[in-house]
Structure formats: C-alpha cells, structure tokens
Design a protein around this ligand. Structure first.
Ligand SMILES: Cc1cc2nc3c(=O)[nH]c(=O)nc-3n(C[C@H](O)[C@H](O)[C@H](O)COP(=O)(O)OP(=O)(O)OC[C@H]3O[C@@H](n4cnc5c(N)ncnc54)[C@H](O)[C@@H]3O)c2cc1C
Length: 450
C-alpha cells in the first residue's frame, strides 16, 4: 500500500482510500446487488493524472478498472486501482463548426442539455445517466440510430492516454488504426480523456411514449413497420408487464404491453405521418407522442435507484409472429415481477456505414433483442439468471447470434468474439498488440494481445 501511495502522490485530482468517509458513495456502481472492494479510487483531474495512475498500475502490478459513468460491471475491481474519470465532464460546444469536445465523465443527459441549448444534438443511448466514456468507445446505439447512425459514427477525434503513458490525439489522420479501434473496441486500447463529436442541427422532435397491447401479431407488425418507416424515425420497444408508475394508468399495471419510445427527427406534420401506421396497429393504451424537446427522451432518474438486473442480448435478422409468440410465452413465465424483452429495429444511417469503417461491424443486422429481468432480492440471482440465459439462448438460436459489446454481461465474456466478425477481431488484436502488449487494460470485454 505504501508503494501505491507513493506512486500516486503527484496526482492533482483526488485519491480516495477505503478509510475515506465518502469512499462507499464514490465506489457505488449504477447497478445494484453487485460490489467490489478496490484498494483505491483515483478521481483524475487531467490526462497527466491518467498517466500517473497507469504507471502506478504497471509498477505495482495491481489490477486496473477504468470508469466513466459506472454503468457497466467492469467499473470496479477487487483489491485494485479504479481510474475514475468522473471529474472530466466538461462539454465545450463549437456552434460554428457543429462539433463538441466532451469529457468521458459527462453523462448522455448532461451533454444533451448542453448541445440542445444551441439547437444541436449528438445521439447516445436510451438512458441519460450513462457515461460517455463507456458508451462511445463501445459504439452507442440510441434514438437517433436510423437518422444519424451510431455515436461512433459521429466521433471525429479523441485524446487518449495509452498503456505506456503517451497522450495522443487520434483521428482519421493521426493514429488512424487506434482511432478505428476505439470506435467499437471498448476500453481495450487506452484511456480516452476527451471526445470530439459531430453535432446535428436538432432540438425539437416528434416523439414520446406509445403503449399498445402486446399480441404476437402486433409485435411482428410493429417491427416490420419500424424497418419500413422513414429513416428519421427510430424507436425502442419494451415488451413487458406495464410497470406501476404514476404516468401509467393503474388499470394497466401488470398487463402485458408493448411500450415504445418513438423519436421522429423532423416537424410534427411529417412526424404524425410517420407515426400513423404504428398508432393504427391497435387502439393505443397510452399515446404521449407529440412535439417535444429531444432531451425529453431522457426521463428523470432517481440517483438512489440502483436496480439489480440481468440481461442477454443478440442481433436478429428476421422477426415474425411466431418469434413474437415465443417471446410472450417467456414473459408470461417470469421469475420476477419485472421481466422485459427490448426490441430495436436498426438500419437507416447506421447500415450505410461500411462494416469495416469502425470496430463496430454489425452494420447489416436488422434488429437487436434483449431479454432482461430486474429483481429485488440478491439471493434469487441464480433463478433470474437461468431465466434470462434460456430466453437469450432461444433468441440467439433464431439468427446465429452476434453481440454488442456494451450489452455483454461480465459472465458472458466468452461471447466477445460474437461482437466482432473475424476480420475485425484480427485487426483489433493487432492494434491491441501495438498499443497494450501487456494487456494492462484487461478489466473489460477483453481483446487480448497476440
Ligand atoms: C440502464 C442502462 C441503459 C443502457 N442503454 C444503452 C443504450 O441505449 N445504448 C447503448 O449503446 N448502451 C446502453 N447501455 C450500455 C452502456 O453503453 C455501457 O454499459 C457502457 O459501458 C457504460 O458506460 P459508462 O461510462 O457509464 O460505464 P463504466 O462502467 O464507467 O465504463 C464501462 C467500460 O467502458 C470502458 N471505458 C469507460 N470509460 C472509458 C474511457 N474514458 N476510456 C476508455 N475506456 C473507457 C472501460 O472498459 C469500462 O470498464 C446501457 C447501460 C445501462 C446500465
């Protein structure tokens, strides 16, 4: 510990030890029911601090976790060093050039609020509290995916500290291989300290929640329509028993529903036209689709909400009423009161980017499907896990699988190869070998060097 303390003595940010009163608060990850006890957490103040922490990890040999928003299961490590980028959260908007430089510790909601003030936007995921560091380096799939592509498709440059402590600017001209690797390869190649992102002109959208009865035919029609819809329209559909939330009428609580959040990038007239076929699928149980600021996709989150959750995700190429019926059958036999199947239609701008342009390569897949369960009692984990694994395995069997690195649970790292086709994998391994031959960055969905 003395050696560790000495090697961190030059850090300008905050070195937080287990004996510090706020250690537990700083350590707490987003997901509940899961914990690790690091030897130290270092809240870095700049890239020089990052280099000091990496040197400390190298010299002490302690395991390292890199953390931005703390939403993954890799953000803590037992008896090791947590390099925490929470304080690197500045978002600088360049209105004239429609670009932003953002710190990885900024959340999707913080960035969105800063950009929206200028009528500009970059797409992230479906949850405002997710950190940019993890989301962007893994890919970034959200409500603007069909209109503008993945978040990495808007990544123009990044500053990164590599395992040997070098602070590099990477973009299409500088270290292009490394720039390619961090657009989908996750945290394998270094610690990103700043991200330069493209901004799109966008503030208001036509969107909101549409709740429909969940029948197999309706789900199949919904997913077909989602692919046929104009590219300006993206949505995320959660099939689940209606949650007992104040915004949901009490008579719906527990009823199996198709809960869609729709986002149309454009004016209300065109938006209404695009949404009409979805509204016509059945008498909506709730219809809150209307003109709204884009930032409204990120609902208010309770900072004290730390759900225990498990999930299994796969890409799908086809969807029909038979598959929908099998999904509904699983949801009708839940192990918890909060089971869900999340379905996302892809395509559009995301699919127009060549598969080898970024490390995220699943450009031609039609759908992303996730079996998920939220539960309250940690002792029941094995039961819920068995349910989620069987559900996920069933859906994987429909399409030969394929995974998204940001949706891989830490107990399914054997599926890392499914995140990358062979040619992508080989290129990632070569880049890893060049920039992190000792595999210092291994506390992640790991791509080992040769
Ligand atoms: C409720 C919820 C909703 C989600 N919704 C979506 C969604 O709609 N779309 C989507 O694409 N993803 C979504 N995700 C997945 C999310 O993108 C990943 O969990 C992501 O890794 C979280 O990033 P983070 O910085 O918050 O997490 P952290 O746990 O802090 O980081 C995750 C990992 O990313 C790497 N990393 C983090 N910061 C850096 C950095 N600065 N430099 C290099 N590597 C870094 C590290 O390997 C780290 O272990 C969701 C997750 C949750 C929990």
């Amino acid at each position: 510990m003395r050696e560790l303390s000495i090697s961190l003595s030059q850090v300008k940010g905050r070195v937080v030890w287990p004996s510090d009163p706020d250690f537990d608060e700083i350590r707490r990850p987003f997901l509940g029911g899961w914990d690790r006890s690091p030897a130290v957490i270092v809240r870095v103040a700049d890239a020089a601090d990052v280099a000091i922490v990496l040197a400390a990890a190298r010299t002490t040999g302690l395991p390292l976790a890199v953390r931005s928003g703390g939403h993954s299961l890799h953000c803590l490590v037992d008896d090791g060093i947590v390099l925490d980028l929470h304080d690197l959260r500045a978002v600088d908007i360049d209105v004239a050039n429609r670009t932003a430089w953002a710190g990885p510790g900024a959340t999707a909601a913080e960035y969105t609020a800063a950009a929206e003030a200028h009528g500009l936007m970059t797409g992230f995921g479906d949850t405002g509290s997710v950190g940019l560091g993890g989301l962007v380096t893994g890919g970034g799939l959200g409500y603007l995916i069909r209109a503008f592509g993945l978040t990495v498709d808007d990544l123009l440059a990044a500053e990164i500290v590599t395992a040997d402590g070098r602070h590099l600017l990477v973009d299409a001209e500088h270290h292009p291989d490394l720039f390619w690797g961090i657009r989908g390869g996750g945290g394998n190649f270094g610690v990103v300290t700043r991200l330069k992102l493209r901004l799109h002109k966008l503030s208001a959208v036509y969107g909101g929640l549409l709740v429909l009865p969940a029948t197999a035919e309706l789900l199949a029609d919904y997913m077909r329509l989602s692919l046929e819809a104009p590219e300006e329209l993206s949505s995320i559909l959660n099939v689940m028993p209606a949650p007992p939330m104040p915004m949901v009428p009490e008579e719906l609580w527990g009823q199996m529903v198709a809960m869609a959040m729709l986002v149309y990038v454009g004016g209300p007239e065109d938006g209404e036209k695009a949404v009409a076929p979805f509204r016509a699928l059945a008498e909506p149980l709730m219809d809150m689709v209307a003109p709204m600021p884009y930032s409204a996709v990120y609902m208010m989150e309770d900072p004290d909400y730390h759900p225990m959750a498990l999930s299994r995700t796969t890409f799908l190429d086809e969807f029909d009423a038979d598959k929908a019926e099998q999904i509904l059958a699983r949801l009708r036999m839940p192990t918890s009161a909060m089971p869900a199947c999340q379905l996302r239609a892809l395509g559009g701008a995301m699919a127009r980017v060549p598969a080898d342009a970024t490390a995220f390569a699943h450009r031609d897949r039609a759908f992303l499907a996730t079996a998920a369960v939220v539960y309250l009692d940690a002792a029941e984990e094995e039961t819920h896990k068995a349910w989620a694994v069987e559900f996920g395995t069933m859906m994987r069997g429909w399409s030969g699988g394929g995974s998204y690195v940001n949706f891989l649970y830490d107990d399914e790292m054997d599926r890392i190869h499914e995140a990358y086709p062979p040619a992508t994998w080989e290129r990632l391994v070569r880049i890893k070998q060049q920039y992190d031959p000792e595999n210092l960055f291994r506390g992640n969905a790991n791509i080992p060097p040769k």
